[in-house]
Design a protein around this ligand. Structure first.
Ligand code: UDX
Ligand code: ADP
Length: 459
């Protein structure tokens, strides 16, 4: 079959894979190829066991794979064929040199630009999908323009706002699609081509067009605002634990103000995931580099508050369990950074486990999707870790259950059975406030929610 357009996506990760699957589903007249340097990942995308868990994604991939969606490692051929290239490689926080721990590490992204110049033999639209520091497109343009082949590259920014665990829904029904382009005739043409792809299923009114730099910066700011809400509610949760105020009641009362809104006000053990911390630190770094120190410090506090919340959770466990957890088994319910994903990047569970191990506890981790990633995260330090798919077994003989991921299945477990199998006094630390605390207390547990009065049987 002849396809109207050839689209290439470089990077078959959590963003590139689902995004291209949905574009393929909605645009059958386009041929879409997703390439990656990681051969194993591509093999998985081509198998019955796709490399990421996302509700609904499996079915879509099955429907379009090898019809108009292809996964391959042949980057060279992909570049030659493509009219539009989405760049969706990872841009983690730099771990070395200038800006270490703050700035974005753009090495994968820059390598990609060089690969594109090397193999391109016709004009292309380059779409920045990875989250990038503001004015990255400028650097990319400089690299691309340095080629003397007479080929034109038009760089467009199109940040992805999908959240893991709801990627398919977010892609099918996004709040908005953001496209940033140069306000030149060529830029507008590229912007229109991209908008036409999304217009296959997204109302034009939801497609926002901005200049290139606003688009790049909007993505960092959106994540900073979301994370800020979580740090704000978490900051209040500590105060609630000292008083008789209840964080859920406060979130409801505050969120009922339509100017504030009810979402993203769940107090927790702290946010995780590959984006929030990385993007805020990136925003802090950029802001500082322009000498805007007060603004930088303001955003940095969002991350500091988050680190504090994780620390506070562990300190509370140790303190309430009579100041020692040495040789005590603690069942960790959940390891993923949120429910409905197997992803553990920046998960608070990593920090919590490491701290508990330092306190010489034995940590039994149970998670429906994230045990393989947990094993990798704790490689070399997991002598006292048990990986257990069955939550009942994880809790057997444990002194405490610490719930860190809000999986639905944890809500419906038989807690009487769990209580009977545990050491007494038995503790539950609900880091997500998803369990029925009153019921747990009645069963016999000592219950410690986040930002609520603790329910204990002690005098
Ligand atoms: C986030 C943004 O939501 C998304 O728009 C962007 O494209 C990528 O970063 P993601 O990291 O996948 O998405 O998940 P998100 O749902 O935002 O959750 C991030 C973290 O915050 C999780 O650890 C989650 O458990 C935590 N969280 C979220 C809370 O602690 N409380 C809340 O109320 C909401
Ligand atoms: P994200 O969450 O942003 O999608 P991931 O780490 O899940 O990030 O995915 C990024 C993907 O990009 C990885 O599969 C990685 O192998 C791939 N990648 C990194 N550098 C290159 C490159 N130079 N060429 C092709 N793929 C690359």
């Amino acid at each position: 079959m002849e396809f109207e357009r050839n689209i290439l996506c470089i990077g078959a990760g959590y963003v590139g894979g689902p995004t291209m699957a949905v574009i393929a589903l909605k645009c059958p007249e386009y041929r879409i190829e997703v390439v990656d340097i990681n051969e194993e990942r591509i093999q998985q995308w081509n198998s019955d066991n796709i490399p990421i868990y996302e509700p609904g994604l499996d079915e879509i991939v099955k429907q379009v794979r090898n019809k108009n969606l292809f996964f391959s490692t042949d980057i060279q051929k992909g570049i030659k064929k493509a009219d539009i290239i989405f760049v969706s490689v990872n841009t983690p926080t730099k771990t070395f040199g200038e800006g270490a721990g703050m700035a974005s590490d753009l090495q994968h992204w820059e390598k990609t630009a060089h690969t594109i110049i090397e193999y391109a033999n016709s004009d292309k639209i380059i779409v920045e999908k990875s989250t990038l520091p503001v004015r990255t497109a400028e650097a990319m343009e400089r690299i691309l323009k340095a080629s003397n082949k007479g080929i034109k590259f038009e760089v467009v920014s199109n940040p992805e706002f999908l959240a893991e665990g709801s990627a398919v829904r977010d892609l099918l029904e996004p709040d908005r699609v953001l496209i940033g382009a140069h306000q030149t005739p060529e830029g507008r043409k590229a912007e229109k081509e991209l908008a036409d792809i999304y217009a296959h299923w997204i109302p034009r009114g939801k497609i926002i067009i901005t200049n290139l730099w606003s688009s790049e910066l909007s993505k960092l700011v959106a994540n900073a605002f979301l994370a800020q809400r979580i740090s704000s509610i978490n900051a209040v949760s500590a105060l609630c634990e000292k008083t008789d105020a209840d964080i859920s009641e406060i979130a409801y009362a505050v969120g009922s103000d339509s100017r504030i809104g009810p979402k993203f006000l769940n107090a927790s053990i702290g946010f995780g995931g590959s984006c929030f911390k990385k993007d805020i630190l990136n925003l802090v770094y950029i802001t500082k580099s322009y000498g805007l120190n007060e603004a930088a410090e303001y955003w940095e506090m969002v991350v500091k508050m988050n680190e504090h919340q994780k620390q506070r959770f562990v300190q509370r466990i140790v303190k309430e369990m009579f100041n020692t957890v040495a040789d005590k088994k603690i069942a960790l319910f959940g390891f993923a950074f949120k429910a409905n994903t197997g992803d553990t990047r920046e998960s608070a569970a990593i920090f919590i486990t490491k701290q508990l191990l330092e306190e010489r506890a034995v940590v039994a981790i149970t998670d429906p999707k994230a045990l393989d990633n947990a094993r990798m995260d704790l490689k070399g330090i997991d002598r006292n870790v048990i990986y257990e798919p069955d939550p009942y077994k994880a809790a057997e003989g444990a002194y405490a259950v610490a719930l860190v991921t809000e999986w639905e299945e944890f809500k419906t477990l038989d807690y009487e059975r769990i209580y009977k199998s545990m050491k007494k006094p038995a503790f539950v630390f609900d880091g997500r406030n998803i369990l029925d605390h009153k019921k747990l207390y009645e069963i016999g547990f000592n219950v410690y929610p986040i930002g609520k009065t603790q329910l204990t049987h002690f005098e």
